[in-house]
Ligand binder design. Structure first.
Ligand SMILES: Nc1ncnc2c1ncn2[C@@H]1O[C@H](COP(=O)(O)OP(=O)(O)OP(=O)(O)O)[C@@H](O)[C@H]1O
Ligand SMILES: O=C(O)C1=C[C@@H](O)[C@@H](O)[C@H](O)C1
Ligand SMILES: [Mg+2]
Length: 196
């Protein structure tokens, strides 16, 4: 793939960077929404560090997410996730992509809201399913009917993700286009706030 800085408007990226200031930009949303992929490209465009909380959890525990779920269960995983997020959000600006369930956990949600500007990558079931059914690394989808599980998670979680400061619709268009929409949402929010 091309370097995102060659394809995304530099002026837009500058405006978004200014609007963000020292705050973190935190991606939230369901598995497959593109938090890791779009988060990484957005950080590149903004010229600030990128961190993915799932990767950080795997690095510090020296276990995969699946191994952590199997060995300690979801509750322990959420506690570890909350501790890692607290540390990652301590200083900014950074782009932090969270695991799909982080914002659903009350403790993590509080930290995320305090720690930065939140952006929800909203996506419909078919888009998510197309993306997640290619890999079986997501423990919550190891069920008899994973598509139905995904739909149930959408129903339960979307009202909570909707509390995000910003929302962008993740769909099957070029990733750079989603990045542009993310940057525009950040820059326009600043504009809207300065007119309040
Ligand atoms: N706009 C897009 N077009 C095509 N593919 C995309 C797009 N956005 C993301 N993808 C792909 O979809 C897959 C899932 O994306 P990604 O891993 O970033 O999701 P995620 O939200 O981080 O999921 P998880 O919560 O499981 O970590 C990846 O293979 C990614 O490259
Ligand atoms: O949606 C979820 O609850 C999860 C999503 C992944 O990112 C991982 O954090 C883990 O598989 C749990
Ligand atoms: Mg991810």
């Amino acid at each position: 793939m091309n370097d995102v800085t060659e394809t995304v408007s530099a002026t837009l990226a500058e405006r978004a960077k200014l609007a963000l200031g020292k705050r973190n930009l935190v991606f939230i949303g369901l598995m497959g929404a593109g938090k890791s992929a779009i988060g990484r490209l957005t950080a590149q465009a903004l010229g600030i560090p990128f961190i993915d909380s799932d990767h950080e959890i795997e690095r510090v525990s020296r276990m995969t997410i699946s191994e952590l779920f199997a060995a300690y269960g979801e509750e322990e995983f959420r506690a570890l996730e909350a501790r890692v997020l607290k540390r990652l959000l301590r200083s900014g600006p950074r782009v932090v992509s969270t695991g799909g369930g982080a914002y659903i956990n009350e403790r993590s949600r509080r930290q995320i809201k305090k720690g930065g500007v939140t952006i929800w990558l909203n996506a419909d079931l078919d888009v998510l399913w197309e993306r997640v059914n290619k890999r079986d690394t997501r423990p919550l989808l190891k069920t008899e009917n994973p598509k139905q599980t995904l739909e149930n998670l959408m129903r339960a979680r979307y009202p909570i993700y909707a509390e995000a400061d910003l929302t962008v619709l993740s769909r099957d268009v070029k990733k750079e286009m989603i990045v542009e929409e993310v940057l525009a949402a950040i820059a326009d929010r600043q504009k809207a706030q300065s007119h309040e």
